[in-house]
Design a protein around this ligand. Structure first.
Ligand code: SF4
Length: 361
């Protein structure tokens, strides 16, 4: 099996000792995920706090710094890859068109699900748990049929478009702790391609549209999302529709701006433009999320972790959010592309899917 042209990094094979350590870490993080799921079902106030106000707020910054860390330990990925790890997968491969379609579905799912946090998920532990369980069931079923991360982690997962946007210039690269050998199941492999971004692949119309929607639309979508309060008990259909209005308004605005800019700028600056929109999106997220976590939000207790309003002067929070924005713009827009991938590709398998070196012994 030939190396794809995107692979510019040396391969790295984990020793059995390193595999054991990664399995322990994955099991530990999986147990934390299972505990959060248990709390969401049976102690919803604790589960909602742990999931929406601790785990999720950390995620965007983690993706900017080291997307590969999350790709190696994500409990959902660990669950979905179990059939492959245990040799129960049929290991089918997707065509470029199929993968493009999954990527587009992932982007649409992201924009469809996130506004529902205001109407449902932020205040309903069982609904949040069912959302997670439904994603795990989908991923596990896919894992029984398709090779490694192709269908879920690099295809259908609604977080994956955000990984590709924010993970374009990561600071940390690490070994791939899931794929024992590279079966070339996704081309380009998002884990192994240096400075991957949502427009790295333009093979089909689905790839192109999904890239455009996530790069252009996400910053405005985030801005709009933070201008909607949580509905404490939504029953009316109008309230359900209402939670989409501001995010979609913001989405459309930045999408049009990005689209115009991407037409008028020279192609050599397109990567820079993507980095700018990525930095804008993640900075906007923390601009609103950090104040809300510490009691300085616009909508009372929405998204509150701990209320420091009486302990901290407001300018401290402003300084933290400005520092965060400077950091994200530095990483994603100002800093030179560092030729790092999220993970280091394992050795390529031979045509029978086995390790090449073992055959030559
Ligand atoms: S490293 Fe290889 S096997 Fe693993 S997800 Fe990437 S392309 Fe697929």
């Amino acid at each position: 099996m030939s190396k794809p042209k995107f692979d510019l990094k040396p391969v790295q094979q984990l020793s059995s000792h390193s595999v054991l350590i990664w399995r322990i870490v994955q099991a530990a993080v999986w147990l934390i995920g299972a505990a959060i799921l248990f709390c969401l079902l049976f102690f919803p106030s604790i589960g909602l706090l742990l999931f929406w106000n601790i785990l999720i707020p950390v995620a965007p910054a983690l993706l900017v710094v080291g997307t590969g860390i999350w790709r190696n330990v994500c409990p959902l990925a660990t669950t979905n890859l179990l059939p492959r790890h245990f040799g129960l997968s049929k290991r089918k491969k997707l065509s470029a068109t199929q993968l493009g379609r999954l990527n587009l579905i992932a982007v649409i799912a992201l924009y469809a699900i996130v506004p529902l946090r205001h109407a449902l998920f932020n205040n309903n532990g069982i609904a949040t748990a069912l959302l997670i369980i439904s994603m795990a069931v989908t991923g596990v079923i896919a894992g029984f049929f398709y090779e490694w991360k192709s269908v879920w982690c690099s295809g259908l997962c609604p977080i994956h478009p955000v990984e590709k946007l924010y993970g374009g210039n990561v600071l940390i690269t690490m070994p791939n702790a899931h794929c024992d050998l590279c079966q070339n199941c996704v081309v380009p492999c998002p884990d192994s391609t240096p400075n991957i971004h949502p427009k790295s692949s333009v093979k089909t119309i689905y790839h192109r549209v999904s890239g455009l929607l996530i790069v252009g639309g996400l910053p405005g979508f985030i801005w709009g999302w933070f201008h909607v309060p949580d509905e404490k008990a939504t029953t009316a259909l109008s309230a359900l529709i209402g939670v989409y209005e501001m995010p979609l308004l913001g989405f459309a605005t930045t999408l049009v701006v990005y689209w115009i800019l991407s037409i008028i700028i020279q192609p050599k600056f397109e990567r820079r433009l993507i980095g700018f929109f990525a930095a804008l999106g993640v900075s906007c997220y923390y601009w609103y999320r950090i104040p809300a976590l510490f009691g300085f939000g616009s909508f009372g207790d929405d998204g509150l972790l701990i209320n420091l309003r009486n302990e901290l002067p407001g300018y401290c929070i402003v300084m933290v959010t400005i520092t965060a924005a400077i950091f994200f713009f530095y990483c994603l827009f100002i800093k030179k592309q560092n030729n790092k991938s999220w993970l280091i590709r394992p050795q390529f398998a031979d045509k029978q899917g086995r390790m090449k070196s073992k055959l030559s012994v």
